[in-house]
Design a protein. Structure first.
Length: 461
């Protein structure tokens, strides 16, 4: 264990350096959803590549039809398992900019937190593993096992290029591993780390309701034509019934009932509905009837509307019947539900619910299935030891409601186990204005990752 003591000392001394490296990466506006940020996305890829090379790893920039993939690896260690760290250098759009207290791409320290877009999702969390590898190379000259890295630039928009790469014949050999390590989730609560053993999937769509060939005067034509904005509103409202159940045909056919053992495990976790509502700034919680808040968030499918637009948006009034109304929507899915099947179910629902006088176009934007892994694997046991050392508290086992669409594809293609180790917090504001990452958790994450390579190396390869 003397090597771990030496590594801990190195990490303590390197904290200012590590924080500055994160700030440099956060200054790069790598928004994958907006072509205006194309140069920033590539700049972030190069920055990650350079950081991995500086850590002493063999690196490669894999060009694609979109943002490049960053690959790196340490030398093989005979008889030891191989880990693949997956992460992403792209970030969500910073909008609405007016709600940020400081500019999203100018990292700012306040009250022990680092504020910037991508701080927790996923630049800060991803970097903890890069810096842990660098620590091993600096102190011990080598890692105790082979660690590979695949950092992509399209996770926030569906991982199209990584999926295409994963389908290539050479990908399985290049990325071959025993366990995939991902830090793009969160702790259960402040001071209570967690290991996530399940994620929901997602199916994301855009809807366009079209009516008249152009905007019409509502006084002259109101009452004579179907208003696309009203038609869209009624349609969206019809997707959920009064009990919060999704009305698409066959939607629940593949949804397995929750195991009683899981329900019991989650009921034992500290969770207060009233406190949770207060944290979110809402007066009450709402969801599918018959399930607890944690069950609805982690293990039940849900429907949400992400954006609505139609008609006049300027100052004052303009009395029109808009020619078009649109929405962005998604369904969070549980394991065994297929995004492709949900797309067909949505189209069937549209076909049977399209009112007279409007046309509906459904655009399938992206999707990915959910995943559940064995919570009793030796890799999870290794992670539990590492996290307890770094955070001073044993991690709890949870599922998460978010989606990392590529996880299921990696699990199947590479036939590897998956470790989902989150250092972030629920109130970090991922995808929201004023996104942050607790600086102490950033340091703890680096330490947990550093110890993880030691404990994973003791698992039979």
């Amino acid at each position: 264990m003397s090597e771990l003591n030496a590594l801990d000392q190195y990490l303590q001394q390197s904290q200012p350096n590590h924080l500055e490296l994160l700030k440099r990466l956060l200054r790069i506006p790598s928004v994958s959803a907006d072509p205006a940020y194309k140069d920033g996305v590539r700049q972030a890829a190069i920055a990650v590549l350079d950081t991995l090379a500086t850590a002493g790893l063999e690196t490669e920039l894999i060009e694609t039809d979109g943002p490049p993939l960053v690959f790196a690896q340490s030398p093989p260690v005979p008889g030891k398992p191989v880990a693949l760290v997956y992460g992403h250098y792209d970030v969500q759009p910073p909008d609405p900019l007016g709600l940020w207290k400081t500019p999203p791409f100018e990292p700012s320290e306040r009250n022990g937190n680092l504020y910037a877009r991508g701080a927790t999702d996923d630049k800060g969390q991803m970097l903890t593993h890069v810096l842990s590898a660098a620590a091993w190379k600096a102190v011990e000259q080598q890692l105790p096992m082979q660690v590979k890295f695949l950092i992509e630039g399209e996770e926030e928009v569906g991982s199209e290029q990584f999926e295409a790469f994963l389908a290539r014949p050479e990908a399985a050999e290049k990325l071959a591993c025993d366990v995939v390590v991902i830090s793009d989730s969160g702790q259960y609560a402040p001071g209570q780390p967690a290991i996530t053993y399940g994620l929901r999937g997602i199916a994301y769509f855009e809807l366009h309701f079209s009516g008249p060939k152009q905007d019409l005067h509502s006084g002259s034509f109101g009452g004579a034509v179907n208003n696309p904005a009203i038609a869209l509103s009624k349609f969206l409202a019809s997707i959920l019934d009064e009990d919060g159940r999704i009305q698409l045909p066959g939607f629940y056919d593949s949804v397995k009932p929750l195991e009683q053992s899981e329900r019991t495990l989650w009921n034992e976790l500290r969770f207060d509905d009233e406190q949770f509502a207060q944290q979110l700034g809402v007066s009450a919680l709402l969801g599918e009837k018959g399930y607890s808040t944690l069950e609805r968030r982690w293990a039940r499918p849900t429907f949400d509307i992400h954006g609505l637009w139609s008609g006049y948006q300027g100052e004052g009034g303009k009395t029109i019947i808009p020619a078009k109304a649109s929405a962005k929507i998604s369904f969070r899915l549980v394991p065994d539900q297929s995004p492709q099947e949900v797309a067909l179910q949505l189209q069937q629902f549209v076909d049977s619910h399209t009112p007279a006088g409007v046309r509906v176009e459904v655009i399938d934007l992206h999707g990915g299935p959910g995943v559940v892994v064995d919570p009793h694997s030796p890799f999870i046991a290794a992670a539990q030891s590492s996290i307890q050392t770094a955070f001073g508290t044993a991690p709890v086992l949870i599922r998460e409601g978010g989606s990392i669409p590529i996880v299921a594809a990696m699990k199947d293609k590479l036939e590897a186990d998956v470790l989902l180790l989150g250092w972030g917090l629920d109130d970090d504001g991922a995808h929201s204005p004023n996104e942050k990452f607790k600086i102490a958790d950033f340091y703890r994450g680096i330490r947990a990752s550093t110890h993880l390579w030691h404990h994973l190396a003791e698992v039979a390869g």
